[in-house]
Design a protein around this ligand. Structure first.
Ligand code: 5RP
Length: 223
């Protein structure tokens, strides 16, 4: 079992009968969803709320009952991956492009568990490029604003060279920073720029992290 599978499957144990569960996106959340599919097949009663079209497809394949985020009140628990997490449980998410829906679901959740391999724990955020979701209209102006303030935005592309579109048909500008020295300030500044829909700094959402290790161990850390 790889570290992502170990973490994903462990986190699935926190899902209880009757819960409304936020279903994260990515290759670690994948294992949680697979395990949840098995538990649903065995009779577990849950309602899932997806964070992306990809996760919706996977959850449907596994017969996990779903409701739209608009149809639920509070979500009991969300289990999602992250690209980085620091000692204060702040993270950078959106490597898979689902940051907007992920943040909306996290915001509605009483608890959020991030599932990760050991390599995702960092001292300082920012080695992973920070995704900034922008509307296509006038996005070059946002790029210009970012550059004028010393950032180096890179428009995200698919491997075939086409521009990457999020599930909301927006673009992503990845900021290669190396280190984010003041995540709170940057988060506020970015989200105040006209044209920015959301950014990948998730500062006050994770309540626990489940870390899978390549030696087979798993660790649960609570905030
Ligand atoms: C998608 C995300 C993912 O949770 C994040 O990219 C981690 O993905 P993975 O588990 O595949 O490493 O934020 O937008």
């Amino acid at each position: 079992m790889n570290s992502k599978q170990i973490a994903g499957e462990k986190a699935c144990e926190f899902i209880q009968d009757g819960m409304v569960v936020g279903l994260g996106t990515g290759s670690t959340a994948y294992y949680m969803i697979q395990k949840l599919g098995d538990r649903v097949a065995d009779g577990l009663n849950v309602t899932g709320v997806v964070t992306s079209k990809a996760t919706e497809e996977l959850a449907k394949e596994r017969n996990i009952p779903l409701m739209d985020l608009n149809e639920v009140g509070e979500i009991d628990l969300t289990i999602d991956g992250t690209d980085e997490v620091d000692g204060l449980f702040r993270g950078i998410k959106g490597g898979g492009g689902a940051l907007l829906f992920e943040k909306l679901v996290a915001q509605a959740s009483k608890r959020s568990i991030w599932v990760i391999g050991e390599d995702k724990v960092v001292e300082t955020l920012g080695a992973f490029p920070l995704p900034v979701e922008v509307v296509p209209f006038g996005y070059k102006q946002v790029e210009r604003q970012l550059e004028m303030n010393g950032y180096k935005p890179v428009l995200r592309h698919h491997e075939d060279g086409s521009v990457y579109l999020t599930d909301s048909e927006n673009y992503i500008l990845d900021l290669h920073m190396g280190a984010v020295t003041n995540p709170e300030e940057l988060n506020t500044w970015l989200n105040n720029l006209p044209g920015v829909v959301e950014n990948g700094l998730f500062l006050n959402y994770a309540t626990s992290i489940v870390i899978g290790y390549s030696n087979g161990n798993v660790e649960v850390r609570d905030k």
